[in-house]
Design a binder for this molecule. Sequence first.
Ligand SMILES: *Cc1c(COP(=O)(O)O)cnc(C)c1O
Length: 361
Amino acid sequence: MQIEPQAFDRVLSSMCTEPHPVAREAAKRFLATNPGDPGTYPAVTALEDEAIAMLGELTGLEDPSGYIASGGTEANIQAVRIARDRAETRTPNVVMPESGHFSFQKAADVLGVDLRIVPTDETYRADLEAVRSCVDRETALIVGVAGTTEYGRVDPIPALGELAASVDAMLHVDAAWGGFVLPFTDYEWHFGHAAVDTMTIDPHKMGQAAVPAGGLLARSADLLDELAVDTPYLESTSQATLTGTRSGAGVASAVAAMETLWPDGYRDQYVRAQHNAEWLADALEKRGYDVVEPTLPLVAADVPQSTFDALRAKRWRISRTATGELRVVCMPHVTREMLASFIADLDRLEMRASVPMTSDD
Ligand SMILES: *Cc1c(COP(=O)(O)O)cnc(C)c1O
């Protein structure tokens, strides 16, 4: 095989990152294990219990239930599935701010629930009044996002929990990306802060584990039991995951990364990433671009399409928000040097754009 995996030195908009060296090593060692079959692969199953215990510690949940999923998408689908199956109605709906991840669209399609998308307010967070006017007796689930994919915003989770309780709905918090930085902030986002029933938190994003390592957490075992199906030909009796056979690499690497980095390593990483985001926001603002302030390590800025395309042509791996802003996610592999080199490229492009074309051009 000739092709090398791509380097991270120009990757600015990904929510994944280079796995921590201990995570990479653990992934390799556990590559040929299948936590979907605990009777045959007990070692990786024990590791999965450890992973869930540690995720519980990060998210203020004593005695957590959950499992390491293929990613945030699976975890979100499963959370919707729990809520749908708990709902008393045959026509349940799910209420979510427009900042919610597109995986809920997949969940709604697969599970046949009505997904009601409500606007965000001027701070890009769920608009409580809009949510209130959208919920009804058939609402099975309210989704709050703790660290939105486009602007890194945290919804008012405790208030969403109260709203959910007022109509007997469940509350799911999607902290797929934010879960590994929020413990070092003042936000109220986790099981200890609000009436959260289920949560998505992905070790393979800010957690520096290898893909695939998503996380689904549930406040109590009976919630997870909603997902269980009987497994006739396995020694274990039931399975809650959406996938059957799954990689033990994600599980083992999640434990290795969390054992190594929680809490000090993750705290250092968050502080560095947040400083980088503020530095970049400042650099872009000074150059006259409209910037969405980074409340978490994620910067969005209104850069013209032609500039964006020219930066892509210089092999910067960047992407845009739904409304077309450049979006830079300050993941652990994103260094100040990378950002400075990105800004230098931007300056060169803008200089060329402002200088009249000469015959040499
Ligand atoms: C990345 C992300 C997801 C999807 O997770 P995958 O691991 O890509 O399946 C869901 N929600 C949020 C907020 C995310 O940032």
